[in-house]
Ligand binder design. Structure first.
Ligand code: 3H9
Length: 702
């Protein structure tokens, strides 16, 4: 909602106080920009006004430009124009920063002559995360204010700093412990009669020594960033502060901003920003549904997954009981948790006393009775239906009434697990991704009988655990692993047809994945899939043969690749080539060199196709949910927006044509385009055009 007049002014103690109120985050919409410009003009025109103070209502200062306006025709005044007008005032202009001052929000503050922050304020230039760069002077004013090296780091990493750090860096003049507005006003009055300190005119930080420091920092930043056009543009613009007048630097920044904002990569990243926020909304929840209170948790299973999940609770300050079947298994699990924390302490990312606090929140117990006092129980035991049913049957007896009973299964039918209890309304899936204490995705699996408040509880607890919870329906592998299985099947086929594991991983790296499918398989352990295939009667000739040869991945020193002892670097292994060649020969397959583009399309398009089926079935509520799942669960490259957004970039008609071709080439009819994919392609639409209601109508008709 945009307030009719989002910037109001009042004269207080001879100061014009301009208050911004544009909920929820005071984004710089056209109305806010106009209001700020009017306030600057009002302050200039009124001789009785001694100074101008900018303040904001609500929980943030200004979260930045209004991202929803990007890509639309610009509405004047532009943000740089507004900031110039504020900075040009001959009267002191002071920003009272109460919360987040991000992107354009920080740029507004940088146009002021002084900045006072509340202790909880967060300041930063996160534009890089949207595939753009600060476009209202951030790359020009911040280096002049705090030095080019520090400014380049802030803008290229995109992480905000807290008020104390901002004061240390010189971004803010002071942190106000008490009344923020009073402190900002006092600062403004103190500055009356002094020459305005305009960031655009500062030169003391532009020295040969700081230039050298900047060039060193820039080299390190560029190396780490790789092919990232935003980072490259940020460094170029910051560098200009040494060489060109302010106005020229601003013009260059503007040009770079316009170029980047029109680039598909930025569109993809903006799509993900909004998709992530939308994904936490659960359709069909009755009005007034609230989450149940959770003060205590229990995790069943002290394996890698259970331990990781327990850490999530401990990190979030929630006491958690880890339950095992034997004392020995329990101790092993708790030790592993301790060791994981130790690594963080060693790296300096966790203080030793915080480690102790977190470990103190984790209690180990043998026997399911220990789950009796938990408000939420997450089962992370062996991936076998019989085991799960036993556990849930017992939990039904021992867990307290109203406890949410979740399974971390990655494949199994949650409806069937729920049916092992007399309270299926309390049962759902909470599918964490490995390593659970690191990966941000949480697939919340809504079973047929899951009650609205149990679902709301899982989503809310997911957020408390710093996860991105995405609600999905029941099916084999849910959204993420079901789509992954299509890629895995293609890996098998491509290996037999002539690709090597390195070819496959290089193709996925070229696409933007940090890790290829084969290296990832080796890291996770090839026996996981092997076990599932054995249970379901499925076959994967190459992977099965590797496992049969004892090549289970990194843990055995060999999988798709071979590994030197104590080293995770994958080395191509002629033994693997021999295994594959033999399997291909047995099947009469003539192996060939496969071009990288074909590899990419063979690996990615079947996943998109499966995503389309998932939407047809209503297993995901929105195409964007699938994109968020792939971003946070499988490190999908953000610059192409997730599989369903990427489909639009690749072109749906092209994907349809290729999938038909792959089906003919391989004889696998399941590769034929899904009806939804065909229809959208024929209509010239893409998945991004599909609304939640369209998806709901699809599954209702299915
Ligand atoms: C920029 O500034 C470019 C300039 O350099 C140059 C210009 C020329 N615009 O995250 P939340 C919505 S680029 C529009 O759930 P939180 C959001 O979609 C911008 N809408 O809250 C959500 O809507 P809904 C640089 C925005 O408390 C609602 O606000 N700035 C914007 O967890 C609540 O958001 C950034 O990248 C926006 N800028 O976190 C900062 N921001 O309720 C982006 C939010 O309908 N924002 N919305 O789903 C954030 O990081 C977080 O929102 C913030 C609050 C930390 C502020």
């Amino acid at each position: 909602m945009t307030a009719a007049n989002p910037v109001t002014t009042a004269r207080e103690d001879g100061i014009l106080v301009a208050r911004i109120a544009n909920p929820p985050v005071n984004a710089l919409s056209a109305a806010v920009r106009a209001g700020l410009l009017a306030a600057a003009r009002e302050a200039a025109a009124d001789a009785s006004v001694k100074a101008l103070v900018l303040a904001a209502e609500g929980r943030t200062f200004i979260a930045g430009a209004d991202i929803t306006e990007f890509g639309k025709p610009p509405v004047p005044p532009s943000l740089p124009e507004v900031i110039d007008a504020l900075e040009a005032l001959d009267k002191p202009v002071v920003a009272a920063i109460n919360g987040a001052a991000l992107g354009g929000g920080l740029e507004v503050a940088l146009g002021c002559h002084a900045r006072i922050a509340a202790p909880g304020a967060k300041l930063g230039l996160p534009e890089v995360k949207l595939g753009i760069l600060p476009g209202a002077g951030g790359t020009q004013r911040l280096p002049r204010l705090i030095g080019a090296a520090a400014a380049a780091r802030l803008a290229s990493e995109g992480e905000p700093v807290d008020a104390a750090k901002a004061a240390q860096l010189g971004i803010v003049d002071a942190v106000a412990e008490g009344d923020l507005l009073a402190a900002a006003k006092a600062k403004a009055l103190a500055l009356v009669g002094t020459a305005p300190r305009r960031a655009s005119a500062l030169t003391d930080k532009l020295t040969p020594a700081t230039r050298e420091e900047f060039e060193q920092a820039a080299a390190a930043i560029a190396k780490k960033a790789g092919d990232n056009p935003s980072v490259a543009a940020i460094l170029d613009c910051v560098r200009l502060t040494f060489d060109t007048p302010f106005a020229q630097g601003m013009a260059a920044e503007r040009e770079a901003f316009k170029r980047l904002v029109a680039d598909d990569r930025s569109k993809a990243m903006r799509h993900l920003f909004f998709a992530e926020r939308e994904s936490s909304r659960i359709p069909g929840q009755p009005k007034g549904t609230t989450a149940r209170p959770v003060a205590k948790a229990a995790v069943i299973g002290a394996g890698t997954m259970g331990g990781g999940i327990a850490m999530c609770f401990a990190n979030a300050g929630i006491p958690v009981t880890v339950i095992e079947t034997s004392e020995e298994g329990l101790q092993r699990g708790l030790e592993r948790v301790g060791q994981t924390y130790d690594i963080s302490v060693k790296r300096g990312s966790l203080k030793p006393e915080e480690r102790e606090r977190r470990m103190g929140r984790i209690t180990g117990k043998v026997g399911l009775e220990a789950a009796a006092d938990a408000d939420i129980v997450i089962e992370a035991a062996f991936e076998e239906m019989g085991v799960k049913k036993d556990i849930f049957g017992t939990l039904d007896r021992v867990a307290k009434p109203g406890a949410v009973l979740a399974t971390n299964t990655s494949y199994l039918n949650v409806d069937e697990i729920a049916a092992a209890t007399s309270r299926p309304g309390d049962v759902l899936g909470m599918h964490f991704f490995s390593p659970a204490n690191v990966m941000k995705l949480l697939e919340v699996v809504r079973a047929e009988k899951t009650s609205p408040d149990a679902l709301a509880t899982a989503v809310e607890i997911g957020r408390k655990l710093a996860k991105v919870p995405v609600t999905v329906g029941v099916c084999f592998g849910f959204v993420g692993n079901r789509m992954l299985s299509k890629r895995t099947a293609e890996v098998e086929r491509l290996l037999l047809e002539g690709a090597s594991p390195s070819d496959i991983d290089a193709a996925l790296a070229a696409f933007g994945f940090r890790m290829g499918a084969c290296a990832m398989g080796d890291l996770a352990g090839l026996d996981i899939g092997w076990r599932i295939r054995k249970a379901t009667g499925k076959k994967a000739p190459v992977a099965d043969a590797l496992c049969e040869a004892g090549r289970l991945g990194q843990k055995t020193g060999a999988g798709y690749y071979r590994y030197e002892k104590g080293d995770r670097t994958p080395h191509p292994d002629p033994a693997v080539t021999a295994i594959i060649e033999k399997l291909a020969a047995e099947r009469g397959i003539t192996r060939r060199a496969i071009p990288q583009q074909e590899l990419i399309e063979r690996l990615v398009f079947p996943m998109i196709n499966e995503g389309a089926r998932i939407l047809e079935e209503g297993v995901a509520y929105r195409p964007g949910d699938i994109d968020v799942i792939w971003l946070y669960g499988y490190n999908w490259p953000a610059q192409n927006g997730g599989p369903m957004f990427y489909a639009g970039l690749a072109g749906l008609p092209h994907i349809v044509e290729r999938l038909d071709r792959f089906a003919e080439q391989t004889g696998d009819e399941s590769l034929r385009p899904a009806a939804l994919l065909r229809r959208l392609a024929a209509e010239g639409r893409s998945f991004a055009d599909l609304k939640e209601s369209d998806v709901a109508a699809l599954s209702a008709g299915a």
